[in-house]
Design a protein. Structure first.
Length: 175
């Protein structure tokens, strides 16, 4: 009985010492979300990556914004004439940035999991669309490592080596 009383008093003391903060009704305000321009990269008619600027609601924190930008890229181009750069069932499972400048983008979806049967050029453009998008929008990201289903990926379709983080390749971007 004495233990129960002491424990109850301890809980009340701890609870009384905690400051209660009202939750905001608007998480966008709490997370400092604002519409900002982002640059996405898709394959253009010259078989190089072309820039597409889009206004996106992003949290101020780069850690939260990285996933949002990656998801925006996977949605595809706003231009109906530009074919999707990834299979339609591709999803962004997560994205994060290490202090050393390595960004990780974790992709998923049945096609990528079971083997994407696409050509080497299409795979190259897909991989570097992620790399260019991340490194352009997040200057602190110096290189990008692509994961598939939370695992290091050797490749997406058998052509491009993803066993290490990749840096931007301006030569793949149209002028």
């Amino acid at each position: 009985m004495r233990r129960a009383v002491v424990l109850s008093l301890a809980i009340l003391a701890i609870a009384g010492g905690c400051q209660k903060r009202a939750l905001t009704q608007n998480l966008n305000v709490e997370n400092k979300v604002a519409v900002r321009p982002v640059t996405l990269f898709f394959e253009g008619p010259e078989m190089l990556l072309v820039r597409e600027t889009r206004n996106v609601a992003l949290p101020e924190n780069p850690a939260g914004a990285l996933s949002v930008v990656a998801r925006e890229l996977i949605k595809g181009s706003a231009n109906a004439g530009v074919p999707p750069i990834f299979p339609r069932d591709t999803v962004v499972r997560g994205a994060f940035l290490l202090p050393d400048g390595t960004a990780f983008v974790d992709l998923g979806g049945n096609t990528l999991s079971q083997g994407w049967g696409t050509g080497s050029h299409e795979e190259l453009m897909a991989v570097y669309s992620v790399v260019q998008t991340v490194t352009t929008n997040f200057p602190e990201a110096k290189r990008v490592r692509i994961l598939v289903n939370d695992e290091p990926a050797e490749t997406l379709a058998g052509h491009v080596n993803l066993s290490r983080a990749l840096g931007p390749m301006p030569a793949f971007v149209a002028r």
